[in-house]
Design a binder for this molecule. Structure first.
Ligand SMILES: CC(C)(COP(=O)(O)OP(=O)(O)OC[C@H]1O[C@@H](n2cnc3c(N)ncnc32)[C@H](O)[C@@H]1OP(=O)(O)O)[C@@H](O)C(=O)NCCC(=O)NCCS
Length: 250
């Protein structure tokens, strides 16, 4: 009997998407269609999904998955998430194999540092990861470039880019997913909020003075929110509480 393990970029093995969707959903329940559409976004410029397969006597089966995204301001770093080994194959060294093969592959592309977030760090510390400060994950290389540009524009740095106006950058489709709270004045009021708004129906509403909201709290000191605008990746499988940040430098 011959047994071998290989990793594949999911965008080069579309036949493994269905298995990855089921594997992920067995641990973190989501709609199957949503899973598949997210997995189909895998591409060489990130997000980059990796599938681990086991081949026994030419019979191949999927045994693991992980996802890689970029790290804002650290071009040599990647962020790992959705790390999973199929339940019946756990405890046999495959999780470590998946991480090691991924690190080696990405190292050939020039990446030297890998971050992740977890609430159970034991497996990762056994795989050579150390505790570290939080980083800011960004979905793709294109998104990373936009975020850097946006930060630079908001700091007022000189730039020749046509996108150097923060509004232009935000209006660009690549940054549409940024979670930015709109200014209070631009906010559309819900039906409930509208009850307090004199503009909704002036004839029925008494003239109420809307109090000026207090200033926002100062940013956290830990660096968890380094960029001026926080991006929350809607695709992330951080279903765990993820109290610990870990890093491995090759
Ligand atoms: C976490 C997971 C990927 C580990 O994969 P695995 O194939 O079982 O791990 P391995 O067999 O390669 O284990 C490598 C080492 O880590 C240890 N380890 C693995 N899981 C562990 C755990 N949950 N707690 C403590 N140690 C663990 C193993 O004992 C082994 O130690 P050793 O080198 O001293 O023998 C797998 O259990 C899994 O898919 N879990 C469900 C999904 C999940 O929780 N993902 C992480 C999200 S943050």
């Amino acid at each position: 009997m011959t047994k071998s393990y290989d990793i594949f970029a999911l965008h080069q093995r579309l036949d493994l998407i269905d298995g990855c969707a089921k594997l992920l959903n067995a641990e973190w329940k989501r709609s199957y269609d949503m899973r598949v559409s997210k997995l189909k976004r895998s591409n060489k410029d990130f997000p980059y999904h990796i599938a681990l397969t086991e081949t026994v006597d030419e019979n191949e089966k999927l045994v693991g998955h992980l996802r890689l995204t970029k790290v804002l301001g650290e071009p040599d770093s990647l962020y790992m998430s959705s790390v999973i080994i199929t339940e019946c194959s756990r405890g046999m060294g495959l999780g470590r194999k998946l991480l090691n093969l991924t690190e080696e592959l990405m190292n050939t592309r020039g990446f030297e540092c890998f971050y992740l977030r977890t609430d159970s760090p034991e497996f990762y510390t056994k795989c050579g990861y150390d505790f570290c400060d939080p980083i800011q994950e960004v979905l793709s290389t294109a998104m990373e470039n936009k975020m850097m540009l946006l930060q630079s524009a908001m700091r007022g740095d000189r730039s020749d880019s046509i996108d150097s106006d923060p509004a232009d950058i935000l209006n660009n489709s690549e940054t549409k997913d940024l979670e930015v709270e709109p200014p209070l004045a631009d906010k559309k009021l819900s039906a409930e909020e509208c009850n307090n708004d004199k503009d909704c129906n002036p004839s029925e509403q008494p003239p109420i003075e809307i109090p000026i909201p207090p200033p926002p709290p100062p940013p956290p000191p830990c660096g968890a929110c380094k960029p001026m605008i926080c991006y929350t990746d809607p695709d992330s499988d951080n279903e765990c509480d993820c109290n610990f940040w870990l890093r491995k430098h090759l």
